[in-house]
Design a protein around this ligand. Structure first.
Ligand code: FMN
Length: 359
């Protein structure tokens, strides 16, 4: 399938995955190892983790950023090494963590860092409502704050182009800043950015427009959304469909349907393919390609999602960390072909004679 100028070899997308291994926002050798091996996976598209457009937009002190020359150079260095050995299309997820910022990395005991801690900072949000009990209270963004965030997304999009990425994904899911504007649970504003659905969508759409205007017109800009908050009275699939249609009008090239993350009271039915029904609903309402994600681990399971038309692509996160050659095994199981690097061609099992296509 083609999405604008991107030729996608199959229907497997690698979902963005924070590695919490950056230093001052700069990618490290870990990112070269991590993205490097995923670049050899045979997937159609590799998405770089949530990349903060401002330092205070990081989830933790170890998040990747793209807000100055140093952070840009670190991504450029990583991507130019990968590009030497793989032509996999690469997207970057541009993000702002909003009120869920200033936390510990997930493999350490959970904690929020207050602004006066050397590892913390003051978080921002649409309204001064903390994520949970014990979480710091964010500062509600005023006009200058909104402008600063908008300008930061536009500047990061310009930098992203210089790093050599093929596409941008706007992170509007999982309870981070864009989603905080969308959901009535986290957005209690009384200005033109709060209240009605139209008002709550206004800031995320402005951000989308700022990115779209700053990134080359022939390259795709997509979005990732939460299809529901899984909370009564919160963001839901009907509002998601309205947002998806607006995004499409604004030139969005594809939409990736995840869910949840806005509030600790969420009740997520985490069973295989649990978010696919949300993707199916959006797919019926838009023309742009739709990506389904969430507990998709089996080859037949993935094939069925695409073959029945529930979604155009499936995205993998945990399954491809566990098995970075998942697309090779899927191709073998389903009698398809996959592109493998020349250096690994001799690994083709004898029983799968035509599995590999050459570089
Ligand atoms: C280690 C890890 C890091 C993640 N980081 C991000 C991220 O940076 N941006 C994002 O939108 N989702 C992130 N997610 C969510 C995944 O992209 C995905 O939506 C979720 O894990 C469900 O898919 P799965 O069942 O295939 O793992 C992360 C998930 C994992 C496991």
């Amino acid at each position: 399938m083609r999405i604008m100028n991107l030729n996608l070899r199959n229907r497997i997308v690698i979902a963005p995955m924070c590695q919490y291994s950056a230093v001052d926002g700069c990618m490290t050798d870990w990112h070269l190892i991590h993205l490097g091996h995923l670049a050899l996976s045979g997937a159609a598209l590799l998405t770089i983790e949530a990349t903060a457009v401002l330092p205070e937009g990081r989830i933790s002190y170890a998040d990747v950023g793209l807000w100055n020359d140093e952070t840009e150079a670190a991504i450029t260095r990583t991507l130019s090494s990968i590009r030497r050995w793989s032509d996999i299309p690469i997207a970057i997820q541009l993000a702002h963590a909003g009120r869920k910022a200033s936390t510990e990395v997930p493999w350490k005991p959970p904690r929020w860092y207050p602004p006066d801690d050397p590892l913390g900072w003051q978080s921002v949000a649409p309204s001064a409502i903390p994520f949970s009990e014990g979480a710091p209270t964010p500062t509600a963004l005023d006009r200058d704050g909104l402008r600063r965030v908008r300008d930061a997304f536009a500047a990061a999009a310009i930098r992203a182009e210089r790093t050599g990425v093929d596409a941008i994904q706007l992170h509007s899911a999982h309870g981070y800043l864009m989603h905080e504007f969308l959901s009535p649970i986290s957005n209690h504003r009384t200005d033109e950015y709060g209240g009605s659905l139209e008002n709550r969508m206004r800031f995320p759409l402005e951000i989308f427009d700022a990115i779209r205007a700053a990134f080359p017109a022939h390259k795709p800009v997509s979005a990732r959304v939460s299809g529901t908050d899984w909370i009564e009275g919160g963001w839901d699939i009907e509002q998601t469909i309205a947002f998806a249609q607006k995004l499409e009008e604004h030139g969005c090239a594809a939409i990736h349907i995840s869910s949840g993350g806005l509030h600790p009271a969420q009740k997520v039915p985490a069973v295989p393919s649990y978010q696919v029904p949300l993707a199916r609903r959006v797919k019926a309402a838009v023309r742009m390609p739709v990506v389904a994600v969430g507990l998709i681990t089996g080859f037949e399971q993935a094939e069925a999602i695409v073959a029945t038309g529930d979604a155009d692509f499936i995205a993998l996160a945990r399954a491809i960390l566990y098995n970075p050659r998942w697309p090779w095994h899927a191709a073998a199981a389903l009698g398809a072909h996959v592109k493998a690097p020349n250096q690994y061609l001799r690994s083709q099992p004898v029983r799968f004679k035509d599995l590999f296509t050459m570089e």
